[in-house]
Ligand binder design. Sequence first.
Ligand SMILES: Nc1nc2c(ncn2[C@@H]2O[C@H](COP(=O)(O)OP(=O)(O)OP(=O)(O)O)[C@@H](O)[C@H]2O)c(=O)[nH]1
Ligand SMILES: [Mg+2]
Length: 374
Amino acid sequence: MKVKRYEGNTVQEVLSKIKVDLGPEATILFIKERTRARLFRRGKKYVEAMASSQEDKPAYDAAKLEMIYWELKELKDSVKNIKVREEHVREEEDALYPVLRGYRQKLCEAGVETENALTVLKDFQERFTEKELRNSALLEESLIRHMARYLDVAGPISADENKIVAIVGSTGVGKTTTVAKLAAQFSLMERKRVALITIDTYRIAAVDQLKTYAEIIGIPIEVVFNPQELLVSLNRNKDKELILIDTAGSNPFDKVRMDDLRRFLGSSPNIETHLLLTMTTKPKNLLEIYNCYNIMKIHKVILTKLDESVRFGNILNLATRVNRPISYITTGQNVPDDIEVADPYNLVQLILKGREMLPEKKEGKKKGTVENYR
Ligand SMILES: Nc1nc2c(ncn2[C@@H]2O[C@H](COP(=O)(O)OP(=O)(O)OP(=O)(O)O)[C@@H](O)[C@H]2O)c(=O)[nH]1
Ligand SMILES: [Mg+2]
């Protein structure tokens, strides 16, 4: 019984190897694309096959055994890989000054991925001697300032001349509330000329929700049903300093809805799109959601519902992967008070010290309502 294993870069390559070796009548017992495990790098893809020659009866049991062997081998390799990885992390940790090891743990407990925590801390310690850090009364302060450099922020929306901002994000992340907060802040506090447009016509209640805010704030609102109407509405509001567009919440994995949204946002090149990501979403999903929305041009990111979160390390993880600045953070349901321009220093404090650094806890802030600002 002759069962052999073949490897190559492509299916064609493997098939021709089999053909040359076992003849054109060879039986392919199994063929599969695999990825070679590699430490800290994307594994290289290759194709693996098992085949037997025609004169042999397909030796399925032998093939199965052989398959089990290879799968076991793969498993062993990946366990080995994990061990090497752990060893590598341990070595990196050992290379940290003892004075910084507590921060490594603190960051990881806050949800910062180990590799990110180590990168940030190693980078930090390269700037100082151990003695300097040990004796520094300002160690934490210097570390916070250092970490802040990893967080790219956008600053406030510049509502100067006909700025157009669209707010997008998955269902229920706080889009309409954020539009209302921004509208109230710019219209009532900064006295800018603001208009609202909603393209969320999937639900009647959604239009009513924004109309109610527009009435209370005292600004115009338009409801549009297609990209052409959006363009007309944007042109009609050319005199406004800021136009805020509320969009329908869509499942980011629903391609039809995402294409729909992309068409709306493509109706004018001047639309600046802010993607809302809520801090209550699982860390791994956040990046997947971001990637789904990135098929349209995302300019900035708004982090919402920080008040519902316990750990904030994910802000750093996100910032290292998402190449977009954070514009605002939202910290509650109150319109207009529970929104802040993202500040890297405050965000790092939030990561290191947790909920006690949320704005209302920090400042004992009393919440206002839109009426307070009129
Ligand atoms: N805790 C907390 N709740 C918030 C925040 N922002 C919005 N919410 C609440 O989240 C819920 C959904 O808010 P919406 O503004 O309607 O969310 P949306 O993204 O417009 O929802 P859809 O249009 O249905 O996709 C409401 O109960 C809001 O009050 C926030 O920063 N913190
Ligand atoms: Mg909404």
